[in-house]
Design a binder for this molecule. Structure first.
Ligand code: ARG
Length: 580
């Protein structure tokens, strides 16, 4: 049990005794430590219902509170109950955390299944910086959910079907450079795609592309074979990036996976009256059950409310993104028995997902569907990030540059590191820096990408956290015999060590809150706070020079901090080097 849960259960008992009926109330971590470690506004909330004076009710509750061995409580302001955890309780809790593989994190997932749909780049288009956000945020959410005991299915819904293949096949037939394809397949596919885009207004080109697309969709073996090669090359190239990022998927059910389901789906929608024909196309319209302001199938224009349908089959018989996503949600609910489906996709697709979730629910596919949105990444000029030639910056270029810059910083800081080891550390530090810069932001803000800020050794960065971990591990390297933290008695006397214990106890309280609103930045903030608390502790409290039993107690605190830091970073997808 976390300390917060422990307080909540004792508060519930006191409330029930004070009110004469079962009652519960939330306890939260205090924002300002001067008033205590935790607080509750239970008395203020209940006073209204009970028509009592909140401070008087708070006193009644405190009189009934059984906190011995755990905390003290007092009343503040209009009726807050503030709790201060006893140092001895922190010591006992720390000792329990040291013996707990889960570091105090409750398993809240209780076997529920979550499908996390993230990354999902489009074949033959480069993965751009926007995809970084989806990949990194989605991976971290999947890791956190898995650690909390959910059954997580990470699914890469790549865009491997669709109108772009008309152009790609035309480009393949006319402009493909086999040598370039062998050397860097994704780059070559992107090149031929761009080449065709550039000439598409010349006479006959668009028609030729359309003809290739129609052939592909009709199952022409030659075009299907080209398509398959494009997919295989793209997947292999993407896999390399994911390996580098240490991002894992359970499935790659891209758009094409659902091809066979699209025609029957549209028929079913027509039969059940969920969709109807309009100008030859099949569309989903509003069912009129929602207020217009909330209805994704209505839009307000100058002349009032009008329909805003989603097309699921074009007049020419073609299917669309909405059709594939309906088939996908059906599969996830029916085959995977998903309780939750999270789509980690940028803000511009908001309407698509509102319509999708609405139509799926009307169809009887129920579950908790979430569009986990995020804003854009801006360059230091606060404009959308572009390369010098004006194109979107590719993910690979960002990673390359981050690792290069990390290598320089490491060479300056620690010239002893050489060769393979230096290269490995630069990789861990550079990629960690990119991930942390992303994850420490509120996902909805447009964040400004700054190399210097993300790679700084001091500041809110991955290198700072990785270095903190290295520094703690280096304490243990100085010991002659291996240290066993589980046998140490914990003594907390100094304010700095109590504070460190306080933060260690919060790990299990912070983690579940990340999923409430999909905010890995809460975890990023937590690990930063923990590292800062460690540095203050290490300055204020001698460890190796202390006398027993304090020395072992302090070593145990160091060990628990390094484990918690490493676990927290690992849930952000960030690795830690042994040295740096
Ligand atoms: N391929 C899409 C894009 O790059 C993202 C797909 C997101 N997932 C989904 N099920 N629609 O914009």
């Amino acid at each position: 049990m976390t300390l917060l849960q422990e307080l909540e259960s004792r508060l519930a008992a006191a409330l029930s005794a004070a009110l004469g009926e079962p009652a519960t109330a939330a306890v939260t971590a205090a924002a300002d430590l001067r008033f205590g470690d935790y607080q509750s506004n239970a008395a203020m909330v209940l006073a209204k219902q009970q028509k009592k004076n909140p401070r008087a009710l708070a006193q009644e509750i405190i009189d009934k509170l059984e906190l011995s061995g755990l905390a003290t409580a007092d009343i503040a302001g209009p009726g807050f109950i503030n709790f201060r955890i006893l140092p001895s309780a922190y010591a006992a809790h720390t000792a329990a955390l040291i013996r707990d593989e889960r570091l105090g994190v409750p398993a809240t997932g209780s076997g529920k299944t979550i499908v996390v749909d993230f990354s999902a780049p489009n074949v033959a288009k480069p993965m751009h910086v926007g995809h970084i956000r989806s990949t990194i945020i989605g991976d971290s959410l999947a890791r956190v959910a898995r650690f909390l005991g959910y059954n997580v299915i990470a699914d890469n819904h790549i865009g491997d079907w669709g109108t772009q293949f008309g152009m790609i096949i035309h480009g393949w037939n006319h402009f493909l450079d086999e040598t370039a394809l062998a050397a860097d397949p994704i780059a070559e596919l992107v090149r031929i795609y761009r080449k065709v885009t550039a000439i598409k207004d010349e006479p006959g080109i668009l028609d030729a592309c359309k003809a290739e697309l129609v052939k592909l969709q009709a199952g022409d073996p030659e075009n299907l074979a080209i398509w398959q090669q494009c997919i295989d090359h793209s997947k292999a190239g993407l896999q390399k990036i994911y390996d580098r990022l240490d991002v894992k998927f359970d499935y790659w059910h891209g758009e094409s996976y659902y091809n066979d389901r699209l025609a029957p789906l549209v028929d079913e929608f027509l039969e059940k009256g969920l969709a109807r024909e309009s100008n030859g196309a099949v569309c989903v319209f509003s069912d009129g059950t929602l207020p217009k302001e909330e209805d994704p199938y209505m839009v307000h224009k100058e002349d009032g409310w009008t329909d805003n349908p989603a097309i699921i089959r074009k007049a020419d018989g073609g299917f669309l993104y909405a059709t594939t996503d309906l088939a996908t949600i059906q599969f996830r609910i029916d085959e995977w028995k998903a309780d939750h489906v999270w789509y980690v996709v940028g803000v511009p697709q908001q309407l698509h997902f509102r319509q999708l979730f609405n139509a799926a629910t009307r169809w009887g596919k129920t579950g908790d569907f979430q569009h986990v949105q995020f804003g854009s990444i801006l360059g230091e000029d606060r404009k959308l990030m572009r390369t010098r030639s004006g194109e979107n910056v590719g993910l690979v270029e960002v990673l390359e540059e981050a690792v290069e810059r990390a290598a320089k910083a490491i060479a300056e800081k620690n010239p002893d590191l050489q060769g393979e080891e230096a290269a490995q550390i630069s990789e861990i530090v550079g990629i960690g820096a990119v991930k942390f810069a992303e994850l420490s932001q509120n996902r909805m803000t447009d964040y400004v990408f700054s190399w210097d800020r993300m790679l700084a050794l001091q500041g809110d960065t991955a290198p700072y956290l990785q270095y903190s971990h290295v520094r703690i591990r280096s304490i243990f390297r100085k010991l002659d015999t291996p240290f066993d933290a589980t046998t140490a008695e914990i003594h907390l006397n100094e304010e700095a060590e109590i504070h460190l214990a306080r933060l260690l106890a919060r790990f299990g309280e912070v983690l579940p809150t990340i999923l409430e609103d999909f905010r890995p930045n809460l975890l990023a903030n937590y690990v930063l706070e923990l590292a800062r608390a460690f540095h203050s502790y290490f300055e204020a409290c001698p460890v190796l020079k202390a006398e027993e039993p304090v020395r072992s107690s302090r070593l145990a605190l160091c060990d628990l901090t390094s484990r918690t830091l490493k676990q927290g970073l690992s849930l952000l997808g960030i690795d830690v080097p042994e040295r740096m």
